[in-house]
Each structure stands twice: as C-alpha cells, then as structure tokens.
Ligand binder design. Structure first.
Ligand code: 6PG
Length: 259
C-alpha cells in the first residue's frame, strides 16, 4: 500500500507530492524506479541526465539497488552525469566521505564514464577554494537554463534537525544567494562542510527528499503541520520544478495523512 498526497504551502515550503511506503524495501524500490524514470525522461528530452547525489546513510541501499536487476539495465549510464549535494571535508577514501559511500555502493559498479563523475574535492585544506572549484565545475558541466545551472534531479536526505545537504540550522550558508556552492563551518560537528546552496537546489527540475526511520518522524511532523515561519532549513526550499517526498511508514508516523 502506498499513500500519496499533494500539499501546498506549509511554513513557507511548497510541499509537493508526498509518497508514503509501508516499509524500507518498498521505499527503496520506489525511489530507484523514480530515478530511472527521471533519467530516461531527461535523456529522451535533452540527451543527458544530471543528478546530484546526497550523502548520509539513507541513500546507501538505494544506490546499491540501482546496480541490480532490473534498474541496472534501465539506467542510461553513458548519458548520466554524477554530482554531489554536499561533502564532508575528508579524503575520498575516508569512511565519512559522501563520494566514498556512493562510489562503493554504486559508481564503481556501473558503466558510467569516469569523466562524468564530478566529486567535491573536499580533502583540500582550504574548503572555500574547493567550494569555488565545484561551482566552476557546475558552471562547466551542468547545462544552464534560465540563468543558473539546472540539475535534472537533486536527491536530498533530511536530518533530525531539519537540515538538507549541508545546510544546517543557524549557519550563514542558509542566506547564501550569490554562490552556487559554499563552504560552511558547522559548529555542532566543529568541522567544515561544502554544500550546494538553496538557489541551485531550488532551480533543479526535480527534487526528491528521502527519509526513513522513526527518528525522522518528529521533525517531519513539525515541517508538515507547521503553519508558522520557516523554522528548519528544509522549509527554506522553494522548488522551481517538482518536489517529491519519499517516506517510509515510520518516518511518516506522525503525519496526519499516514493514519
Ligand atoms: C550528509 C548529507 C545530509 C544527509 C542527512 C540525512 O552529508 O550527511 O548529505 O544532508 O542527507 O543528514 O542523513 P541520513 O540519511 O544519514 O539520516
């Protein structure tokens, strides 16, 4: 059973389409299938597919699914261009690296062209320089539409504090409008992160937000039923294209629609 609802403005966020799945397996299959559909559509329309992958734990099993039957054979790998929403300031082979996770779960197992894999060079001791270089990479390799590089698809997870990508509560990057990519000091981890900013995320043709597990239920409830001013970074999303949520039943437990 899949529950689906469409919602409008909540606390500033246009909620888009909300899909709720009975378990993690159904969620993973639905996301993998939606990624394939988006990729095929983009290639049919424009001859290529640009996707920004998120890090964190949630997408790992989705990435693993994409190199399995039937998805492996359905994805237009040769026309797919891989980017990242954000990165931790560690080398690519570090256990915390978002690239490292995506690479071992998916990228190293499928026939992508190496030159189409664009990682954030976050091992650079100067995170601002790495962010600047990644913005140049976007300018060069993500087609501009209406003044900004436009991804066909941006995948996002959401943290229990309402962050998406590395756009954490109380950080200066939330107000960034000039740069496509920025480095930000995240005090709670006492570390720098490098992240796409809201203007380029919002400009994507499609955004998928994926959340699983009961630890996400509380923040999602607040995001979905809040009528007040945006309180969480995820509520700063103002998608210019489509926004789709993919939630498992546990993450959606406190949403009115899941009862
Ligand atoms: C990262 C992210 C981040 C992530 C959320 C959710 O580098 O950690 O890209 O925004 O998507 O923190 O993480 P989980 O999937 O681990 O809950």
């Amino acid at each position: 059973m899949v529950k689906s609802l469409r919602s409008t403005l909540h606390g500033g966020l246009r909620l888009g389409k909300v899909n709720i799945f009975p378990n993690r397996e159904a969620l993973n299959h639905a996301v993998a299938s939606a990624i394939v559909k988006c990729a095929q559509h983009s290639v049919a329309l424009r001859g290529r597919f640009s996707i920004a992958l998120s890090g964190g734990e949630t997408p790992r099993s989705i990435y693993q699914l994409l190199h399995q039957v039937p998805f492996h054979h359905q994805m237009p790998w040769q026309q797919t261009h891989i980017f990242f929403t954000d990165e931790r300031t560690v080398p690519p082979d570090h256990k915390d690296s978002n690239f490292g996770m995506a690479n071992s779960a998916l990228l190293s197992r499928v026939p992508l062209l190496q030159e189409n894999i664009h990682r954030i060079e976050a091992e650079d001791p100067q995170p601002k320089a790495a962010a600047h270089r990644y913005a140049e990479t976007l300018e060069k390799f993500v087609p501009r539409r209406h003044q900004l590089p436009q991804f066909d698809l941006v995948l996002l997870g959401v943290g229990t504090d309402g962050h998406v990508a590395s756009l954490f509560p109380g950080t200066t990057i939330l107000q960034e409008t000039a740069q496509l990519v920025a480095a930000v000091m995240v005090e709670k981890f006492k570390t720098w992160r490098i992240s796409l900013t809201f203007p380029v995320i919002n400009h994507a043709d499609n955004i998928f937000i994926i959340a699983a597990g009961s630890e996400k239920a509380s923040v999602l409830k607040q995001v979905f039923i809040s009528n007040s001013q945006a309180k969480f970074p995820v509520q700063q999303l103002q998608p210019e294209g489509t926004l789709s949520w993919f939630l498992d039943k546990e993450a959606a437990l406190k949403l009115p629609a899941s009862k």
